[in-house]
Write a protein that binds this ligand. Sequence first.
Ligand code: NAD
Length: 451
Amino acid sequence: MVVERARSLFDAGTTRPLTWRREQLDRLADLVTANTEAIEEALAADLGKSATETYLTEIGVLLEEIRHTRRHLSSWLKPRRVRLPWQYQPAGASLVLEPLGVVLVIAPWNYPVFLLLGPLVGVLAAGNTAVLKPSELVPRTAELLERLVPRYLDGVEVVTGGPERTTELLRERFDHIVFTGSGRVGRIVMAAAAEHLTPVTLELGGKSPAWVDGTTDLAAAARRIAWGKLVNTGQTCVAPDYLLAPPDVARALEPLLAREIRAMYGPDPALSPDYGRIVSARHAARLQQMVDDSVAAGARVVVGGQADPESRYVAPTVLTDVAPDSPVMAEEIFGPVLPIVPVADLDAAIAHVRAGDKPLALYAFTADTTVRDRLVRETSSGAVGLDVPLVHAAVPALPFGGVGPSGMGAYHGEASVRTFSHAKPVVRKPLRPETLGMVRPPFTAARRALA
Ligand code: NAD
């Protein structure tokens, strides 16, 4: 039913004009600005997130994505001229961006506003209608968006619910699916999409490494790393998952990271208004187990280690002397736990990264340009951050996406408009003069020319 509604609006041609698209983007901006407080309250309830952090990481970045898209949309949509080879002259061609139809957006719980409405910016800008599926693990935010979206937007349906409801939804035919979440569910979504030959954009996760060496300003690097790790209580797909460092650097980082954590959240982060909570007791218990198992396997707690799954609290935790086969290295952490894995040198770090799945991001804190170049050239990842985590994911002019197991396809800004459009070649050739004589039988002239 919801898909039919979205499809009939698309089929009526309502979504094609630039004016409609711009108006939807304006209304999306209105939705967010007029309801900022309600969004902040919902995220405080679901993730214990402070209003300021919600503004910075959900609302501000979304408004920037809308502004950037609104500003450049008409130039992105201009047909691009393509020159044809001399054999076909006189002739011309252009590439026309055509909307796809109804796009399904499935979002995770960690940035439940930005990761649901961020893709929607490109979906609407490209002239599509949409069905949005927020995560059931953030019920307050999902309910709020279910209520607000129909009040502000045309052609956008919201479907709430868990895996069962999503399974039903995936039986329907969409023209594109953009899924953000785990690789496990990404496989389910891609298999369902295959039934209808629906193209997918998969924004997945993984373990994003950060290399730190002795050529950098370690105090400044520790500050950026602690911030990047602990934004959203560590529940960020592009957070530095773990550190790779030579043993002396690993040792030197311990007090520096502890100091930075204290500077951000005080002596007891449980009391800090700026420190959030884990999405569910189950996820908090998983993190606690991960830390305990890693300590049992030989890791040492530098700072933190406390957890209270019932109140969804996990302290900012740094583990060191972490072996590459430690439990904390077995899966994406997705929480406020930072393992330091000492490695002999850069070669060992590169070998470690290459032995695992291609990550969503790779970070390097080093002043050595040869090291930077080697990391960029010799490893593969969705993106690279030199001396800075996370920022690339908030820049609308940079395509955002993974590679291999960290995802396929990219979006944000112009990349979104391209992802949610079909680039259709339109070729024109006047009927006269007739210059195609050579390719039409009898091939007498062509045979002579080719001989
Ligand atoms: P998830 O895969 O469990 O859930 C994502 C969405 O899929 C939710 O809306 C959920 O309702 C739905 N879903 C769950 N089970 C399903 C099923 N069986 N069939 C159909 N749909 C189903 O992911 P999550 O726990 O919400 O998010 C965490 C993961 O997302 C991490 O791996 C993280 O790295 C990744 N992530 C990636 C990005 C990115 O942009 N690349 C951003 C944020 C999170």
